[in-house]
Structure formats: structure tokens, C-alpha cells
Design a binder for this molecule. Structure first.
Ligand SMILES: *Cc1c(COP(=O)(O)O)cnc(C)c1O
Length: 352
């Protein structure tokens, strides 16, 4: 299917106002966005247009029933100006997994990829090529159709917006193992990137922040005895030389960084286990010195090492190792993403 995309270029670029040496994460937006509407049963009118406000009626169902899903991915530029994506069809597939669960119509891969490619082409100058920087890409779909009755909308908007983003330095991350709240439940929508999942995390996270922590480590909703995710990232725990991560489920998001790390670690000869991790086991490992590393994994930070975790009023510090799995794995994955190393997996896709 050839996708015919209408291009409406911006009159005056905003790029000169941007300090590319001081980029934060996701707060400056590129000149253009991609927009496509689902009306009368099909995706129509794919358009690249200036980034700007969208008009919706107060009865649009996104406001009332939260039919809204998103993705997060990045475009990287190498020293020769080549532009690359990392496993982009996985993001498209996952968007459609989220869509199905939230009764949102799926987007054909041809539209997703053509929209993305046209957007990157027109905003090529917005893709940073300095160390650690990239163009963060946010595809999302929401219910634009009207009605106060609690049922799926009849129309939707698919938008892709982008934001040049700098290297992500998280510093010494202190996390709190959650004992009361849960981000997801069996039979629920934890595996989907549904907007409401994140709104529901804000309050427990704020409570943790008030106690001096940066993030919450989510545990299972039933017993709170098993570790599931680190904020909006998947979690990895190294005990001795074994890397352990919770298995994906209804409640755990199937992260692309997570599965890439599993593959890379295995190929480096590291023992990797996808199994349930009990809080008890992590606390015991911290006490007897076998707990070596804990880190979050996701597109934004790639790998985010945890320095301290709190549980039932006690803080446990992780050791400061000179060589960590976290930095080894991050180096390999970002090397592939930015076209600095070979890519035996064919994960890297050249788009421009
Ligand atoms: C997006 C996300 C992740 C990470 O997924 P990636 O594909 O690696 O970016 C992990 N957990 C949650 C809850 C997420 O929303």
C-alpha cells in the first residue's frame, strides 16, 4: 500500500531559538508533526503539518473515558548525517497491541512508517548528533469522537510529535519499593502504553518523593512480594553474576530495551533469568553482599542505574562497582542505535 502524505511545511522554522548544547528531555518540540484521522471506519488524510494546537470538542471521549495510547522511540544521527531508528516495527506492533486493548482502531504499519519517515525528512535538522543526544519520537492515538455515553469513540487522531533531547543523566537514583499501591493488575492494562497507567502512578510516586526517593519500584498488586517494574521502566537486578528480570505479563510492559538487553547480555555470556523476583530475596542479597546492581531499562534513559532502594523504613545502598553490567550493556545498545558498532541483530534501520 503506497501512502500518499500531504506535506504542509512551516513558514518560519523555530530551530534558531533552540540551544542544542543544553537540551533537556522532551520539552522543546520540532517544527512539524504528523497527523492522521480515523473517520468513517478508516485512517484518512495523513498529513505532515506545523506542530501546533489541535481543536477538540468538550465531549471528545479522550477527556471522559481516557481512550489514549502512546509509544516512545528515538531517531539517531551518525557523524555522516545518516538517520537511524531502532526496531521501529516493534513500536508499531506494540502501539497496535495497546490499541486493541483500549478499543482504538489499529494503525496500518505502512501509515506509521511513512508518517514517521516523512516527518524525519522534513525535520532532519532537528535530529541532534552530539554524544548521547537523539530525537525523541512520540506517536500517540486518542479518541477525538464525541459523546458522553461510556462507549468507544467513532473517531480518533493519530499524531507523531518529536522533541530533540539531550543525554539523560539521572545521577544517584534512590527508589522506594512500593507496599501499598500498584500500577497494574491481572486482567488490566499494565502491558499497554495507555495514558491512564501513567496518571495513576503520579500520586504514589509523589508520596515517595516526599519521603526523599526519586521513583517507585512497583510490586505485584496482590501480595506486593514480587518486584515488577521501576517507574515507567523495566527492571533488571544482578545477584552475583546473574542478571534477573521479571517475566512480561498482563501487568508488565514488554519493553524493547528490555528484550534487547536480554539478547545482548546472553550473547556476552552473561547468565540471564526471566523469572519472578521476590522483595525478600533482594533484601537478603543486599544484606549478604551478593546484590551487585539494579537498573531500570527503557527508551528514554536506555539504562538507569539505581544507587539505593528503600524498603520498610530501611535504605539499602548498592555497591559502587568500577565495571557494571549496566554500563557494558548501555554501551553496546547505544553503539548499535547510533551506528557506531556492528549490528548482528538487524535492529538498526536506516531511514535517511
Ligand atoms: C515504555 C515503558 C517501558 C520501556 O519500554 P521500551 O520499549 O524499552 O521503551 C517499560 N515499562 C513501562 C511501564 C513503559 O511504559
Amino acid at each position: 500500500m503506497a501512502v500518499n502524505i500531504k506535506i504542509q511545511p512551516i513558514e518560519t522554522s523555530k530551530i534558531d531559538a533552540v540551544d542544542f548544547n543544553n537540551l533537556s528531555f522532551g520539552s522543546v518540540f520540532s517544527d512539524h508533526m504528523f497527523e492522521c484521522d480515523y473517520v468513517n471506519g478508516s485512517w484518512q488524510n495523513p498529513t505532515v503539518k506545523p506542530y501546533g494546537p489541535i481543536t477538540l470538542n468538550p465531549s471528545a471521549k479522550i477527556f471522559h473515558y481516557g481512550q489514549s495510547i502512546f509509544e516512545g522511540m528515538k531517531a539517531y544521527k551518525d557523524k555522516d548525517g545518516g538517520v537511524f531508528l531502532f526496531r521501529p516495527t516493534d513500536n508499531c506492533n506494540r502501539l497496535n497491541i495497546s490499541a486493541k486493548r483500549m478499543m482504538i482502531p489499529e494503525v496500518p504499519e505502512e501509515i506509521f512508517m511513512a508518517g514517521l519517515k516523512n516527518l524525519l525528512e522534513i525535520d532532519n535538522n532537528w535530529i541532534p548528533n552530539t554524544e548521547g543526544s537523539s530525537l525523541y519520537i512520540r506517536p500517540f492515538i486518542f479518541a477525538s469522537g464525541e459523546g458522553f455515553h461510556a462507549s468507544p469513540a467513532d473517531s480518533y487522531k493519530f499524531i507523531i510529535a518529536t522533541a530533540p533531547s539531550g543525554a539523560y543523566f539521572s545521577g544517584k537514583v534512590k527508589v522506594l519499593i512500593e507496599e501499598k499501591y500498584a500500577r497494574a493488575a491481572n486482567g488490566g492494562v499494565g502491558f499497554a502504553k495507555a495514558g491512564g497507567n501513567y496518571a495513576a502512578q503520579f500520586y504514589p510516586t509523589q508520596l515517595a518523593v516526599e519521603k526523599g526517593y526519586h521513583q517507585v519500584i512497583w510490586t505485584d498488586d496482590n501480595t506486593h512480594e514480587y518486584i515488577e517494574e521501576a517507574g515507567a521502566m523495566n527492571i533488571f537486578i544482578r545477584i552475583n553474576d546473574t542478571l534477573i528480570t521479571s517475566p512480561t505479563s498482563d501487568r508488565i510492559l514488554d519493553g524493547i530495551t528490555r528484550k534487547s538487553i536480554i539478547q545482548i547480555a546472553k550473547d556476552k555470556g552473561i547468565e540471564v533469568k526471566e523469572r519472578k523476583i521476590s522483595v525478600h530475596e533482594v533484601v537478603e542479597a543486599a544484606k549478604d553482599g551478593t546484590l551487585k546492581e539494579m537498573f531500570g531499562a527503557g527508551t528514554a534513559a536506555v539504562v538507569s542505574p539505581i544507587a539505593t532502594f528503600g524498603y520498610q523504613g530501611t535504605d539499602y545502598d548498592l555497591p559502587e562497582l568500577s565495571e557494571t553490567y549496566a554500563s557494558l550493556l548501555k554501551k553496546r545498545i547505544t553503539g548499535i542505535q547510533t551506528n557506531k558498532t556492528d549490528d548482528p541483530y538487524d535492529w538498526r534501520v536506516k531511514v535517511l
